[in-house]
Design a protein around this ligand. Structure first.
Ligand SMILES: NC(=O)c1ccc[n+]([C@@H]2O[C@H](COP(=O)([O-])OP(=O)(O)OC[C@H]3O[C@@H](n4cnc5c(N)ncnc54)[C@H](OP(=O)(O)O)[C@@H]3O)[C@@H](O)[C@H]2O)c1
Length: 316
């Protein structure tokens, strides 16, 4: 699978839309799955032989450069960020629904706000809405190191929880720097097989066997299912959440399975948390639009790891 960058006409916003001059975006797991057309069943929506939709990239941070009819919410020149559900944010200019966007946080470079939308919003829902994490809770984050997991650790700490991060050894320093109180080496210890019991388990990596996961959660505790086995192109990524829902129906523990729902209200809340210094945009490397195909190829081959921030430099 290869991605090419090419010149297209500047898009014009229609009614209820704005055009955004993109400063930053980032590469999420979901973008890579859309690019690969997996799980294969998703090709029924994405296109059977070739992608139906031109463009990739969901995260966007930039400046409003044109406003369509009926838009009163934004003016040209305002800095915004958000998530494009039909992603095409890896571009110089994109058109977005005016009500998909929120004001960008003022205290971070605008391009860097492009690493927030999908990952931080998913983490927000996992911690605040689904996990209902409160001060003093003991929580465990399985996979507290990647795009979503790093925000989960930051947000849970900001809520006042005691956070155990389950990560591979090469991510231990990062999890500690994000504020994790305890680190479990995922390759040396199975957190779900110990005597530790948590108020909330947030399973981002999706690697815990369903037969064991709930044991790590206290009676009346919550198990939040965020991620699944993304390396399986067939049905397992879709069947696993269903399996969790079924387990939850017969358990005294609450099982929360969710798909992140981007709303401007949630993004506004995130921006406020960034401005209050409670969370920081995170990424491991940067690339430009021209370098993006190479960066994507390196992510697929494993030569590059972690979150990639896409910085868009404008020629004029
Ligand atoms: N529910 C939703 O709406 C929603 C929204 C967004 C994403 N997701 C899902 O959330 C998951 C994570 O997405 P992401 O963008 O954060 O991916 P990511 O950036 O690739 O992060 C995954 C992280 O999990 C770690 N990991 C993998 N296996 C592990 C294990 N057995 N034990 C501990 N850590 C492990 C990886 O570490 P290494 O680098 O060592 O491999 C990596 O740091 C994906 O399944 C994605 O589809 C769900």
């Amino acid at each position: 699978m290869s991605v090419t960058v090419r010149e297209v006409a500047t898009p014009e916003p229609g009614r209820g839309e704005v055009r955004v001059r993109v400063h930053g975006s980032s590469v999420n797991k979901g973008d890579r799955l859309v690019m690969m057309g997996t799980p294969y069943v998703m090709r029924l929506a994405l296109g059977l032989r070739a992608p139906k939709h031109f463009g990739l990239g969901q995260d966007v941070a930039g400046v409003v450069s044109a406003v369509g009819d009926g838009v009163t919410r934004w003016q040209v020149g305002e800095a915004v960020f958000g998530e494009l559900t039909l992603g095409a944010a890896w571009a110089e200019e994109v058109v977005a629904q005016a009500d998909q966007l929120a004001r960008a946080p003022k205290n971070v470079p605008l391009a860097e706000a492009g690493s927030l939308p999908v990952a931080a919003l998913t983490a927000w829902q996992a911690v605040v809405e689904e996990g209902r994490v409160e001060a003093g809770d003991r929580i465990v984050v399985n996979g507290g190191s990647g795009s979503v997991g790093s925000y989960v650790v930051q947000l849970a700490k900001a809520r006042g929880a005691h956070v155990t991060a389950v990560v591979r050894a090469h991510h231990a320093d990062r999890a500690q720097a994000l504020g994790a109180d305890a680190i479990v080496d995922a390759e040396l210890e199975d957190f779900s097989a110990t005597d530790a019991r948590y108020d909330v388990c947030i399973d981002v990596a999706g690697s815990v066997p369903m037969s064991r996961g709930l044991r790590a959660v206290k009676q009346k505790g919550t198990y939040v299912v965020v991620g699944g086995p993304t390396d399986d192109p067939w049905l397992r990524p879709l069947l696993r959440p269903l399996g969790w829902m079924l387990r939850g129906a017969f358990s005294s523990r609450r099982v929360a399975v969710f798909v992140a729902r981007p709303t401007p209200e949630r993004f506004a809340e995130l921006a406020a948390w960034v401005e209050a210094g409670r969370i920081t945009p995170l990424f491991d490397s940067r690339c430009t639009l021209d370098e993006l195909p190479q960066a994507l190829a390196e992510l697929e081959s494993g030569r590059r790891r972690g979150k990639v921030l896409v910085e868009v430099h404008h020629r004029v």
